[in-house]
Design a protein around this ligand. Structure first.
Ligand code: DAH
Length: 373
């Protein structure tokens, strides 16, 4: 508690700090025009002091105190402003100008300091309107080729096949040579491709993964190898420079064509329905003997004939056959002990049949409407 005596001193201090308006009015009375100079100086000093204080502050609360001290209702600058009216009319604009300049400088400096001190996220947070409905990001969809690969993989998983992988940029040796396509073999013409140097190609089929797998493991082998392949093709609705295959290989003692036919029929019915028929016809591949081409009865028209099956009632699905003993020679499997079947089916074709897509190029075009269906 203050005693009455102390209170008196406080009053004295108060009086010394009496609002400038009073002091200035006093000065004008005594000094006349000299008071103008004083007021301008006073505004300048106030500006300097305020800027200094602002810059030394690292706390938003103190900044607010500084604002009140200089620009509040009874702030130091406000007082100078109020006393402008008491100056000689011709001097008022000059004083007013100086006071305004100080006011602007202080306001800007306060603002800049406040922003510099505010933690980054804070101002952004303040501008979020939590009552607005959220923006839904469009949901992604799986590409038809991904869907078909996943489904095919799942069916073969059920049948006891593992999944293996191989490089798309492949050695000529794996893509051709070890699959029994010698370098001068005319069967190479059916698989023209992109060459990267002498002995490296973009793989034309997934069959090289057969060799890579057999090099690494002894029978029994039961794997599929889905992946991307490349060929130098004349593009049409069912041919593109890149497409997808799923290779299959089953090697063990006593594997026969009957296993191939049974497994392919099971696969066909799991993928397209229990009424699908499978038909084999003779074909030629250097790495299978005998070789076949197999077709599924057309799922779109139940074999009555339609655009999709080109009125044949059958869909060409895959090449297949019994692994040629010459291939076993490249991987040191004993053809006297082991036999195996292999197949390579076009995943793009399966997806086209399954989802009713009429051009293979749609898979590459990135048109979101295809994915949205
Ligand atoms: N790789 C062959 C092609 O793309 C298809 C093929 C035929 C794969 C017979 C095989 C097979 O595994 O045994 O034309």
């Amino acid at each position: 508690m203050l005693s009455i005596g102390q209170g008196r001193y406080l009053f004295l201090l108060d009086w010394i700090g009496t609002p400038l308006s009073f002091m200035n009015a006093f000065r004008f009375v005594i000094y006349g025009a000299e008071g103008t100079g004083f007021m301008i100086e006073r505004a300048e000093t106030i500006e300097q002091n305020a800027l200094e204080e602002i810059n030394q502050t690292a706390d938003a609360g103190t900044l607010e105190e500084i604002r009140v001290k200089y620009m509040g209702k009874n702030g130091l600058l406000t007082q100078v402003l109020r006393s402008v009216g008491q100056a000689a009319p011709q001097d008022r604009p000059r004083i007013g100008q100086q006071v305004n300049k100080a006011k602007q400088a202080i306001t800007e400096s306060l603002k800049a300091r406040r922003e510099a001190l505010a933690p980054l996220g804070k101002s952004a947070k303040a501008s979020i309107d939590y009552t607005l409905p959220g923006r839904r990001p469009p949901l992604g969809q799986k590409h038809p080729l991904t869907l078909i690969r996943e489904e095919v993989t799942e069916i073969f998983h059920e049948m006891g096949f593992g999944v293996v992988d191989g490089p798309e940029v492949e050695l000529d040796y794996y893509n051709f040579e070890a699959l029994n396509f010698p370098s001068d073999h005319p069967a190479r013409d059916t698989q023209d491709t992109f060459h990267i140097g002498d002995a490296i190609v973009l793989r034309t089929h997934t069959s090289p993964v057969q060799i890579r797998t057999m090099e690494k493991q002894q029978p029994p082998v039961r794997v599929i190898a889905p992946g991307r392949t490349y060929r130098h093709e004349n593009p049409d609705a069912s041919h593109a420079f890149t497409f997808h295959q799923c290779e299959g290989l089953y090697v063990d003692k006593g594997v026969t064509m009957a296993h191939l036919k049974g497994d392919m029929t099971y696969f066909a019915r799991r993928l397209f329905g229990k009424n699908v028929q499978v038909r084999f016809s003779p074909d030629f591949f250097p790495f299978t003997e005998p070789s076949v081409q197999y077709d599924f009865s057309c799922v779109a028209c139940s074999s009555r004939g339609c655009k999709i099956c080109k009125n044949t009632g059958w869909l060409e699905i895959s090449g297949a056959g019994m692994v040629d003993p010459a291939v076993f020679g490249f991987v040191d499997y004993d053809p006297e002990v082991y036999t195996g079947y292999a197949f390579g089916m076009g995943l793009d074709r399966l997806a086209m049949f399954k989802y009713g897509i009429d051009s293979i190029h749609m898979f590459l075009e990135n048109d979101l409407r295809l994915l949205g269906q």
